[in-house]
Design a protein around this ligand. Structure first.
Ligand code: ATP
Ligand code: MG
Length: 645
């Protein structure tokens, strides 16, 4: 496929902290003089109660990763207290409700007070340093308050996305051993209530470890409160003081547990720790998004995902930023909502996911061009490979050729962004996450673990730790070692495949499991999908391999058409022709199944492992489906399985 290059935009370069030369120089230092580099960054970005004895100490064979050992700090202090003098009256959080009429602004001083009060409530409920607290909230400011209140007293939060079922919530509460759950009466998404408290009641009935449920009043619907267990947030915070001294935490004390989204299997409880995490998220937030004082920054993720942790709450607040929190969905009241919110709050930096971009692209341009979007300066993407077609739309239509796109590759496990452009330094290629951030050393290896040099394709590993790397799988260190450090001993295995081009740019091809081998030709499913969505009738496509007698693996494509398009045999032929032209005959889909919708995780990622099972006709054993957003999608695909030629 054609590879376009977009030069660094002059207006982005003029404003930016880091230009191309500085990137090269700082990157080299971050690798060759790592301890000194990170010590300087730690001094610049974080306020420490006590400095470290040692910058880093690690052994990947044992899954041992430590940063800034001996240092003392508190995350909520870094996100709040230290800003009060200069920015007490600055807005910390802009909240935009599901209903376009409801919004609010919270200053740093107000946020500080709310956090101290809830921290005191938690203490009064017997929560101590190291105890786990589950947060099951909608996208309301209290979610950020709850996170910071935990960090203030050294409790470890475990956020469960509000879209998860009681069953999924129960599993996570039990696995992490939470004693307190913070929830709300209901959530609101797309005008519809989400019964959060009722879900908690169902889940907690099977969790003897939970003794307190704190309920935020949000929609105001009547709730049955369980005596001796349930308390109202708004009542409890009135009973306590608005001051709470921050607990001095060790740099390596745990900060939070977060379960991965489950697109490849049973979710793992990723445990992140304090010092390295807050440093790395603050630093990446500032440099990747080129955040300057006064900018309005909006990340559309949910706080239930790592993107929400690192880039709605911790990174931005550590930097004293104004961060926008959006409760709703991109399509309510209509599919122009994102662009309307950008105008309403004069958003300068906008960070979203390819799944949203593709969905909104499918709705046509009119809803976009009706809005101004003049405030926008920078766009970001995360969560999946962004196909060049969607990238170009994002760049030209949303950003009007004026805003660089940072395509940020990272994972729950990595805590922060690892491969990304820097807006003032990196030329962009649509579909490429480009180059490693400071201190990150990626490499590509063969299945046997041999390092590949130059322009090539292989399995993506990282050869040494960075400060925000997860420290263990909660309660199961062996699983941590087995999952990440056994495949290529001495290295962190990401599970993703990637291509590296002549300029050293990385192109994530998807999970290694998603690389298919057709008659000895390896190809990433993302490439075939990108070709399919070039067709104007196609909204989305997912491609998997299936066992094929002659080719080894055949190509099975699930295709979602644009609204109003009728499926036809003619269209199938068109699509096959398109893929042959774009990639070559070897990539022609053997089977195309029309899919009104695709099975996705609640964070919007396509669950290809389920599609693989359907393609292979192993429909009796679909594996863990508890993290699916809408299980009925799978039934439809199973019933309408295409018969293979
Ligand atoms: P699980 O690990 O349970 O299967 P998950 O991997 O979907 O869930 P996350 O940690 O949220 O959970 O997602 C990380 C993965 O998302 C990466 O490994 C990669 O496959 C994909 N990804 C994220 N950002 C990008 C990006 N910019 N380009 C390509 N792929 C991306
Ligand atoms: Mg993963």
């Amino acid at each position: 496929m054609s590879e376009k290059v977009y030069d660094v935009l002059p207006q982005a370069a003029a404003n930016a902290y880091i230009n191309a030369e500085q990137y090269k120089e700082m990157y080299a230092r971050s690798v060759n003089d790592s301890d000194n580099f990170w010590a300087e960054q730690a001094d610049a970005f974080i306020s420490w109660f006590k400095k470290w004895d040692k910058v880093q100490d690690w052994n990947y064979h044992e899954g041992k990763i430590r940063w800034f050992e001996g240092a003392k700090l508190n995350v909520s202090y870094n996100c709040l207290d230290r800003h009060l003098e200069k920015r007490g009256d600055q807005v910390a959080i802009i909240w935009e409700g599901d209903n376009p009429q409801s919004d609010k602004k919270i200053t740093y001083r107000e946020l500080y007070e709310k956090v101290c009060r809830l921290a005191n409530v938690l203490k009064a409920q017997g929560v101590k340093k190291g105890d786990r607290v589950c947060i099951y909230l909608p996208m309301i400011p209290e979610a950020a308050v709850a996170m910071l209140a935990c960090t203030r007293i050294g409790a470890v939060h475990s956020i469960v996305f509000g879209g998860f079922s009681p069953e999924a919530l129960k599993d996570r509460v039990l696995d992490s051993g939470c004693e307190v759950v913070i929830t709300s009466d209901e959530g609101l998404r797309g005008g519809r209530p989400v019964p959060l408290k009722t879900n908690v009641d169902k889940a907690v009935a099977h969790c003897p470890n939970v003794r307190t449920v704190i309920v935020v009043r949000h929609t105001g619907r009547h709730m049955d409160m369980v005596a001796g267990r349930d308390v109202w947030y708004h009542e409890e915070i009135e009973k306590v003081s608005a001051e709470c001294a921050p607990e001095e935490m060790d740099a390596e004390d745990p900060l939070f547990i977060l379960y991965t989204s489950g697109s490849t299997g049973k979710p793992k409880g990723a445990l992140h720790s304090t010092g390295g995490y807050i440093l790395y998220t603050a630093m990446t937030h500032k440099y990747v998004f080129d955040y300057h004082d006064g900018d309005i920054y909006w990340c559309t993720a949910d706080v239930g995902w790592v993107t929400g942790h690192s880039y709605i709450v911790y990174g931005p607040l550590a930097n004293g930023a104004t961060t926008l929190m959006f409760e709703g969905v991109p399509t309510y009241p209509d599919a122009g909502r994102f662009w309307q919110v950008i105008d309403k709050h004069q958003v300068n930096i906008f960070y979203t996911a390819p799944t949203a971009i593709r969905a909104l692209m499918g709705q046509g341009n009119e809803l976009v061009t009706k809005t101004s979007r003049k405030s926008l300066r920078l766009l970001g993407s995360v969560g999946e490979p962004i196909n060049p077609e969607a990238w170009e739309w994002y760049y030209h239509i949303i950003g009007e050729d004026r805003c660089p796109i940072v395509d940020t590759w990272w994972q729950t496990e990595t805590g922060g962004i690892l491969i990304t452009p820097l807006p003032g330094a990196t030329k962009l290629k649509p579909g490429s996450a480009t180059l490693p951030f400071f201190g990150v050393v990626p490499a590509l290896v063969t299945n046997e673990g041999d390092i590949l040099e130059g322009a090539t394709e292989g399995n993506l590993i990282i050869t040494r730790p960075w400060p925000s790397q997860m420290r263990t799988v909660f309660g199961d260190h062996d699983r941590f070692i087995d999952t990440y450090f056994k495949t290529y001993p001495g290295n962190y295995f990401t599970g993703d495949g990637a291509r590296r081009d002549e300029d050293g740019y990385y192109w994530i091809t998807g999970r290694v499991d998603d690389v298919i081998n057709v008659s000895g030709h390896r190809m990433g499913t993302a490439e075939v999908e990108s070709a399919l969505v070039l067709h104007e009738a196609v909204a989305e496509a997912a491609v998997v391999g299936y066992p094929h007698d002659i080719k080894g693996q055949g190509i099975y494509a699930y295709v979602t058409l644009m609204a109003d398009i009728e499926p036809s045999e003619e269209l199938k032929k068109d699509l096959v022709r398109l893929v042959r032209e774009e990639i070559g005959p070897i990539a022609s889909p053997d089977v195309i199944q029309w899919a009104p919708s695709l099975p996705k995780t609640r964070s919007g990622k396509i669950m290809r492992r389920i599609l693989r099972k359907i393609a292979a006709n192993e429909v009796e054993n679909l594996g863990d489906t508890s993290t699916l957003a809408d299980p009925s999608v799978v039934d439809h695909l199973v019933t309408n399985r295409a018969v293979k030629s």
